[in-house]
Design a protein around this ligand. Structure first.
Ligand SMILES: Nc1ncnc2c1ncn2[C@@H]1O[C@H](COP(=O)(O)OP(=O)(O)OP(=O)(O)O)[C@@H](O)[C@H]1O
Length: 252
């Protein structure tokens, strides 16, 4: 499929075609502006392709995809709602009875380590806590697919590693379908079953790289393995060649 924004002189993504199997975890990586968020917006049904189609479970996505939970870059917690109200929002919309709602919220508050902060407001949380709250809010209603745009983008290295491991554990328990965008090659390899590597904009798919590490995974032991550094180098060389091609095109 191809998508060109109105008034733009070139497509944001061009002839992109790939399939994601149910129950897999897929990372999308590529240079800034290559169309990664656009891909998530297409999967969420917030954008429509100019040419081609998006399918979800065999059905064409032609409106907001209510099966998909979307954790955007901005986190988008509602500032006037407490942590527990933010986390329970989707259950309220779905008219889940209050007692069940409360029980599920308590479970998720515990899972993402926000016990004691249930009645706090987003402005009273750290960046990492806000991300955890957004992740709980996305996962609480058992969505068929979770889309995450740079889930840990602005966080410091330690919090990031911790949350990556937490997300890995959660996903290993839930076995849902997870698609996330990242700039971080390590993050892609820690978490994903497949890495979709996009080229410089207009974005096309350069390669879909399988990640052969078994599960359950722990980040610590992955980093130390020889296979990990080999795969990291493969991924890095794809980026290096893309950067060289761009430099050459800009010079000519
Ligand atoms: N609403 C919009 N209107 C016009 N152009 C847009 C719009 N949204 C994105 N674009 C353009 O589409 C291209 C892809 O944008 P997108 O945000 O998908 O890239 P990205 O790979 O997610 O970037 P980053 O890694 O920097 O977040 C960019 O050239 C961007 O300027």
């Amino acid at each position: 499929m191809t998508l060109e924004f109105p008034g733009s002189h070139r497509p944001a993504i061009r002839d992109v075609s790939f399939q994601i199997d149910r129950g897999t975890c897929v990372a999308v990586i590529g240079p800034s502006g290559c169309g990664k968020s656009t891909l998530l917006n297409l999967a969420a049904g917030l954008l429509s392709p100019t040419d081609g189609r998006v399918y979800f479970g065999g059905e064409e996505v032609d409106a907001v995809n209510s099966e998909a939970a979307y954790v955007t870059q901005q986190t988008d917690l509602l500032p006037w709602l407490s942590v527990k109200a933010n986390i329970g929002l989707a259950l309220k919309f779905r008219k889940v009875p209050k007692a069940e709602r409360e029980a599920r919220i308590a479970h998720w508050v515990d899972v993402v380590g926000l016990t004691g902060f249930e009645n706090h407001y987003p402005r009273e949380l750290s960046g990492g806590m806000r991300k955890r709250c957004a992740i709980a809010r996305a996962l609480i209603y058992d969505p068929s697919i979770v889309l995450m745009d740079e889930p840990f983008g602005p966080l410091d290295a330690i919090t990031r590693l911790k949350l990556q491991q937490e997300l890995l554990n959660l996903w290993q328990e839930q076995k849902g379908t997870l698609v996330f965008v990242t700039h971080d090659l390590n993050e892609a390899l820690y978490l994903a079953d497949e890495v979709v590597v996009m080229s410089e904009g207009p974005g096309t798919v350069r390669r879909v790289l399988p990640v052969p590490f078994g599960r359950p995974r722990t980040i610590g032991s992955l980093i130390e393995s020889h296979e990990f550094s080999e795969l990291y180098n493969d991924l890095w060389s794809l980026f290096k060649s893309d950067a060289k091609a761009t430099d050459a095109a800009q010079r000519s």
